[in-house]
Structures are given as C-alpha cells and as structure tokens.
Design a protein around this ligand. Structure first.
Ligand SMILES: Cc1cc2nc3c(=O)[nH]c(=O)nc-3n(C[C@H](O)[C@H](O)[C@H](O)COP(=O)(O)OP(=O)(O)OC[C@H]3O[C@@H](n4cnc5c(N)ncnc54)[C@H](O)[C@@H]3O)c2cc1C
Ligand SMILES: *[C@@H]1O[C@H](CO)[C@@H](O)[C@H](O)[C@H]1NC(C)=O
Ligand SMILES: *[C@@H]1O[C@H](CO)[C@@H](O)[C@H](O)[C@H]1NC(C)=O
Ligand SMILES: *[C@@H]1O[C@H](CO)[C@@H](O)[C@H](O)[C@H]1NC(C)=O
Ligand SMILES: *[C@@H]1O[C@H](CO)[C@@H](O)[C@H](O)[C@H]1NC(C)=O
Ligand SMILES: *[C@@H]1O[C@H](CO)[C@@H](O)[C@H](O)[C@H]1NC(C)=O
Ligand SMILES: *[C@@H]1O[C@H](CO)[C@@H](O)[C@H](O)[C@H]1NC(C)=O
Ligand SMILES: *[C@@H]1O[C@H](CO)[C@@H](O)[C@H](O)[C@H]1NC(C)=O
Ligand SMILES: *[C@@H]1O[C@H](CO)[C@@H](O)[C@H](O)[C@H]1NC(C)=O
Ligand SMILES: *[C@@H]1O[C@H](CO)[C@@H](O)[C@H](O)[C@H]1NC(C)=O
Ligand SMILES: *[C@@H]1O[C@H](CO)[C@@H](O)[C@H](O)[C@H]1NC(C)=O
Length: 590
C-alpha cells in the first residue's frame, strides 16, 4: 500500500537502497480516533480530527457544506488577513494541490460552476491548535512516538507550501500573540556588565501589522516584511529564513536584529538561544529556515529610533520594447548609486511600465546625496524617447508606520504601483540575489535587455548599508546577502488566472516560467556570489543547498541539524537534511 505513495523516482532507484516511510493515514500504525482522543487530554484543547480544506464548505457532498460559509470564503478568496487566520488553507491554492499520477488533487478555491470534487490535497486532516509551550512539547513527543509527519503552520504565507503537507499532523502556532517591550533587555547568560538594549519579545504568531502598530505607539521601529496588510509572520518563518525589509539597508536583515529566541527543540527541550546560550543553534536559527531546527515560541528583536521618512513614488510607461529596455537600462545605470545615497524600496516592472515605491529616513533625508541622486534618475528617464513619466512624487511621512498604513493597508491613500490590488489565487515565485558587482553601471545595458524580457518582476532594494556591514558568516543566510543590493523576484502566477481547475500542465508551466526567467541571473552570478532567498523559493531549483546558503554554511547547518534532529522530525522540502526524502517528505530512500 505504501508503494502507491512513492514517487516514481523512488521506485526507479537502485535495488539495494532501503526506503523508510512516516506513518501514513491508512497505515495500521496510524493513531485511531480513540488514541487521538487520549492524546487530546494532554493538550489545552482537543486535536481537531478530520479537518477539511477551507473551501470544502462550498461542496455539496463534502460533509461540511454551508452556503453562508462558502459565500464568505468566496468573498475573501484573495484576502490575506482572512486566509492567514484560517489553519486549513495556504496563501495560494496551488500550494494546496497534490499532483498524483498526472492528476491534481485539491479543493478548488474559488468554487466555480461544474466543479464537484473537493480533494484533501496537501491540507492536513489532523490539527493541534497550540496555545502553550506545553502543547508544542506534547505534540513533538507524540509525533516522534508515532512516527508521524509533522508540519508547522503560522500564517501559511510560505511560497513553496512548506507550511502544509499531505498525510500530516499540523502544529498551528498562530495563537502566540504576546508583545512585550523591555527598555533594558539583556540576553540570558550574558556576562556581567553587558549593555542593555531597548527590545521587544514577540510570540511566534505575531504578524507585522501587529508589531508595526505596537512599536509605533512606543515611538520605536522594528524592521519587518513588506506585504499587503502586513500579514506576514514577524517572529517565525520570515526571520528563520533571513527576513528582508525595506528598512534593512538602515537596520539590517531580520536575523541581524534578533537578540534571542526561545524554541522547543525536536527532542522537546525548551531552550533559550542567543550569543551566549546555544550559540551554534542561535546561528542556525538565523537563516537555516523554518522549522528545521525547532519550533520558535518567541523572538526578541532590538528596536530602533522611529524617524520621519521621505518617500518617492514613480511610474513610467514605455511605448514599446525598445523604450522599455532603455528605461530599465537607465535605472540599472544608477541602481547602485541610488542605494548608496540612502534609498530603499521596491522597483516593480511589468507590461512596459516601471515603478518605484521608495523611501529614505529623515526629513530632509539624513543622507545628503539622496535628493539629487533620485532627481538625476527622474531627469534621465524623462529624456528617453518613447517614455512617459506619469508620476514622480516626493512625500514626507511622520513615521514608517504612517507610510505603511497609507500604502500597504489603506491603499486609497497610496500612489503608483497598487500593492493591495495585486493578490491572486495562485502563484509561483523565483528570486535571485544580485551581487553589487553585477548591478554595477557597466552592466546596465546587459541587465536592461534581460529584465525587459521578464513577465512580472518585483525586485526589492533591501541590501547594502547595514546589511553589508554584517560579516558573511555571522548568521546562516547565504553570504550573497552581504554583497547584494537588490533581490530580484519574479511572480509569473501573479497576473494569470481564470476560473478553471488547475491542471498539471498549467502548474508545470507556471513553475517552469519562474525558473526560466531567473536562469540568466543564475548563470551570471552563481552561488555563493549570488543566491536564492529561501523565503522566495523556486519550485525547480536543483542546486538549492548552494543557492540558499552557500556550500560552507550548508555543511555547518547539516552537521547541526543531524545533531538536533536525528530522527528527521522536522524536514521540509529543500530544507536542511531533506536529501533522500520525496517531495511530500513521506518516504526516504537511503
Ligand atoms: C504577500 C507576501 C509578502 C512577502 N513579503 C516578504 C518581505 O517583505 N520580506 C521577506 O523577507 N519575505 C517576504 N515574504 C516571504 C515570507 O518571508 C515567507 O512567506 C515566510 O515563510 C513567511 O513566514 P510565516 O511565518 O508568515 O509563514 P508560514 O507559512 O506559516 O511559515 C513559514 C515556514 O516557517 C515554518 N514555521 C512557521 N512557524 C514556525 C515556528 N513557530 N517555528 C519554526 N518554524 C515555523 C513553517 O513550517 C514554514 O516552513 C512574503 C510572502 C508573501 C506571500
Ligand atoms: C485511505 O483509505 C480510504 C478508504 O479505503 C481511501 O478512500 C483513501 O483513498 C486512502 N487514502 C490514501 C491516502 O491512500
Ligand atoms: C501525556 O503526557 C504524559 C506526561 O507528559 C505522557 O507520559 C503521556 O505519554 C502523554 N500521553 C499521550 C497520549 O500523549
Ligand atoms: C500511479 O501510477 C502507477 C504506475 O502506473 C500505479 O502503479 C499506481 O497505482 C498509480 N497510483 C495511483 C494512486 O493511482
Ligand atoms: C484555536 O484556539 C484559539 C484559542 O483558543 C481559538 O480562538 C481558535 O478559534 C481556535 N481555532 C480553531 C480552528 O479551532
Ligand atoms: C528634491 O528636493 C526638491 C526641492 O525640495 C523637491 O522638489 C524634489 O521633489 C526632491 N526630490 C526627491 C526625489 O525627493
Ligand atoms: C515611441 O516613441 C518614440 C518617440 O516619440 C518614437 O520615435 C517611436 O517610434 C515610438 N515607438 C513605438 C513602438 O511606437
Ligand atoms: C488599490 O486597489 C485597492 C483594491 O482594489 C483600492 O481599494 C485602492 O483604492 C487602490 N489604490 C489606489 C491608489 O488606486
Ligand atoms: C481568483 O480570484 C479572482 C478574484 O476573486 C477571480 O476574479 C479569479 O477568477 C480567480 N482565479 C481563478 C483561477 O479562479
Ligand atoms: C526571454 O525569456 C524566455 C523564457 O522566459 C527565453 O526563452 C528567451 O531566451 C529570453 N530572451 C532573451 C532575449 O533573454
Ligand atoms: C535536546 O537536544 C539538545 C540539542 O541537541 C541537547 O542539548 C539536549 O541535551 C537534549 N535534551 C535531552 C533531554 O535529551
């Protein structure tokens, strides 16, 4: 029976190799309902059994059909605050799909006429809704004792579907919402006399919209993610993978701002990780990827002063591919200078249109070169034949939070690229960290030509400055982060859609397109000079160890992983020590 679930690769592998599997739903080893009930007595609330995918409420014979609930899901089908608050879905429905023998098994969302089949797909049937550290410890113990496949879900934003999985038990950690400021925080175990810092400790489930508001109320700032409504998690997957922010050039990556984690290790131990206690694990947690090394229960960040910011918004349309290429070339010729003049932000381009959503700290800008450097680009772009600059606006905000609210939350107050209008039901991503030697002015024409060929690009200028000031080996993230200024991200699923069932062909084409569009950058800047951001992963990346971490960091991560998780309890796709596991992490061939 297990053979049914083996991927063809495993079936084709050499005869002498041995395969071991997790205990799967239909196996005799799998807990009975009575056993789940017994386990439930150990938890703050019972295990949810026979969970269905979110959109099952739209299907007449699902057993949970409910017209009102269906209308609610349909109205919120691409609404991140709604989706991140539900434990039985992922951010994009294609990530819920399981491809079995050329068929796509999933529960279509949105529901559309003619569709009758709602499959479980990659949504777990069993769910622990954790509210205490003890719940997490008991769940790890139970999953270990029963050899269960465990997945960890915070917001479900992860872009490869790592926070879901078929045949698994889901540990839902989004309820940990504590936010505790400490003006004089000193890490546990620090030597006598260690200077204190103004810090904030966040429960694993806190999301950026929550901490941005709480920090601003204290007139402090924590560098965090850029997402519509701020729904990305602030203390878990984002930071475990590195965590980039439009504030990073001024204050560092997420991992550079962590003073301490508390986490439940795979063996159930609740541990404190910082510079002084468990320094190897502290290193691995800062970029090694969630949940490979343990379950974070809280993350302590240093906070920063909260200056006013000077923002610019820009949009330009090209009348054809020649002008578009020249516009992108003109931008690339000034790209590194713009970063060095103190600017950070996002520079999306698609369909012959180029945008900037940028800012620099201070009013007037703290960096005296900021204004003239940006104005120089505006002027140069206006001089390109066939380019129409429709927006070039400078606007001062009293704080980052006001900028965030006006552009990423209540976007009717925003300008230029509309960040809240772009959500889609399906997505594919790929990314590449471009070293500043590649984005140097001398390569502008080459990159302009290459970029003009991308479908939907959302590059983040989040490197340089404070990110570059941190040593390449101080954290586990790829050393490419320390020498890159911009993170090129492509999202080919972003602008597609249509009310039809997902097919293997459509999924493959979307993933292949993401991979292909990044391919020239892989070739121009191979690891470790370039690399992929593991939180913006490519489904098809082959050389993922080197791309996410670089070979040297990967070797160190692998050694730590084998020690802390010898039984492969917390393995995710293309995560540390996932070699030999199939794509669903059900069976391992050694
Ligand atoms: C709209 C959007 C905007 C984004 N913007 C940014 C951005 O500005 N900057 C950036 O760097 N990234 C960004 N990302 C990528 C983001 O960093 C990843 O999606 C990240 O994985 C989200 O983490 P999460 O905790 O919110 O999500 P989840 O999907 O719940 O978790 C992510 C991963 O961490 C694991 N995990 C969850 N909770 C824990 C825990 N408590 N302990 C250990 N492991 C855990 C999960 O198993 C999963 O593998 C964005 C993504 C989206 C969809
Ligand atoms: C488990 O068994 C049920 C009932 O026999 C069957 O419908 C289902 O497809 C099986 N699931 C898997 C994953 O094999
Ligand atoms: C419940 O917790 C106790 C104490 O930790 C443990 O010994 C026992 O095995 C647990 N039972 C189940 C069913 O998880
Ligand atoms: C998938 O295809 C293989 C080979 O054709 C077959 O043996 C197996 O039964 C199929 N599995 C399912 C779940 O249909
Ligand atoms: C999970 O637990 C929290 C806290 O008790 C509760 O508010 C929430 O409704 C629960 N979620 C589910 C899906 O049961
Ligand atoms: C630079 O300063 C001038 C004069 O205040 C202003 O008009 C212009 O918008 C500024 N440019 C940028 C890019 O901020
Ligand atoms: C774009 O505009 C330029 C300048 O007006 C013009 O020379 C060129 O022919 C136009 N190209 C297209 C494709 O319309
Ligand atoms: C962006 O789109 C949202 C949602 O469609 C809309 O409410 C908002 O007004 C738009 N913002 C701008 C500046 O056009
Ligand atoms: C995704 O959602 C949008 C907005 O609700 C809808 O218009 C579109 O048809 C959907 N796409 C698919 C593939 O169903
Ligand atoms: C444009 O991209 C496609 C794939 O997305 C690729 O096949 C083609 O070679 C690219 N062309 C150029 C000029 O880079
Ligand atoms: C749990 O794992 C950690 C890290 O490997 C180790 O230091 C600790 O001694 C282990 N605890 C127990 C009780 O085995």
């Amino acid at each position: 029976m297990l053979g049914l679930l083996l991927p063809s690769l495993a079936l084709a592998s050499v005869v002498s190799s041995a395969t071991t599997c997790k205990c799967l739903y239909n196996d005799s080893c799998f807990p009975t309902s009575a056993e789940w009930d017994a386990f439930s007595k150990n938890l703050s609330q019972p295990v949810l059994q026979d969970q269905k995918p979110l959109n099952a409420v739209c299907f007449k014979d699902s057993g949970v059909y409910d017209a009102d609930a269906c209308a609610q899901v349909t109205a919120n089908v691409v609404n991140p605050p709604f989706l991140t608050s539900k434990p039985n879905c992922l951010g994009f429905v294609n990530l819920e799909a399981l491809v079995v023998n050329d068929t796509v098994q999933y529960c279509p969302r949105p529901f559309y006429d003619g569709e009758t089949t709602c499959d479980q797909g990659r949504i777990p049937k069993f769910l622990v809704n954790a509210t205490s550290v003890d719940d997490i410890q008991k769940t790890l113990q139970y999953a270990t004792d029963h050899n269960l496949k465990l997945v960890v879900r915070n917001t479900g934003h992860e872009l490869m579907g790592r926070s879901g999985g078929s045949q698994s038990l889901e540990l839902y950690v989004n309820n940990f919402k504590n936010i505790d400021f400490d003006e004089q925080f000193v890490p546990e175990g620090a030597p006598e006399g260690t200077a204190s810092e103004y810090a904030v400790t966040l429960g694993a489930g806190v999301q950026w919209f929550e901490i941005y508001a709480a920090a601003d109320a204290k007139n402090r700032l924590v560098p965090g993610g850029f997402s519509p409504d701020g729904t990305v998690g602030a203390a878990a997957g984002w930071v475990l993978g590195g965590g980039h922010s439009v504030l990073s050039p001024f204050y560092g990556l997420g991992v550079d701002n962590v003073l301490q984690f508390t986490a439940v290790l795979p063996n159930g131990t609740l541990a404190t990780l910082n510079k002084y206690k468990n320094p190897d694990l502290f290193w691995a947690f800062r970029g090694g990827g969630g949940p490979s090394f343990g379950i974070v229960t809280s993350t302590t960040y240093r906070t920063h002063e909260n200056p006013p910011i000077t923002a610019v918004f820009y949009a330009a349309q090209a009348n054809g591919s020649a002008a578009y290429e020249q516009l992108l070339t003109t931008w690339m010729a000034q790209h590194n200078d713009i970063a060095d003049a103190g600017w950070a932000g996002v520079w999306p381009f698609l369909a012959n249109t180029f945008y900037l959503t940028f800012f620099t700290p201070g009013n007037p800008p703290q960096n005296p070169a900021a204004n003239a450097t940006m104005d120089k680009f505006f002027a140069a772009s206006r001089a390109i034949p066939g380019v129409t600059v429709s927006l070039a606006l400078s606007k001062v905000y009293p704080s980052f939070q006001q900028w965030n609210l006006d552009n990423l939350v209540n976007s009717q107050y925003g300008y230029g690229f509309n960040w809240t209008a772009g959500s889609e039901n399906t997505t594919a991503t790929s990314s590449w960290l471009m070293p500043r030697t590649l984005t140097a002015a001398r390569n502008a024409a080459q990159l302009g030509r290459l970029f003009a060929n991308l479908s939907v690009a959302v590059p983040y200028m989040v490197g340089g400055g404070a990110v570059a000031a941190v040593g390449p080996d101080e954290t586990a993230v790829t050393p490419a982060w320390r020498t890159s200024v911009s993170d090129m991200t492509v999202l080919p699923g972003f602008a597609t859609g249509g009310a039809a069932a997902l097919t293997v062909g459509a999924l493959d084409a979307m993933y292949q397109s993401a991979y292909d569009q990044i391919q020239p950058l892989r070739a121009l800047a191979p690891p470790p000079a370039g690399g992929q951001y593991l939180n913006e992963p490519d489904m098809l990346e082959e050389n993922w160890q080197a791309a996410y971490w670089g070979d040297a960091h990967y070797a160190r991560l692998l050694a730590i992983k084998k020690e802390v998780d010898p039984r492969d309890l917390l393995i995710v796709k293309k995560g540390v020590n996932s070699e030999g596991w199939d794509d669903e992490l059900l069976c391992k061939t050694t």
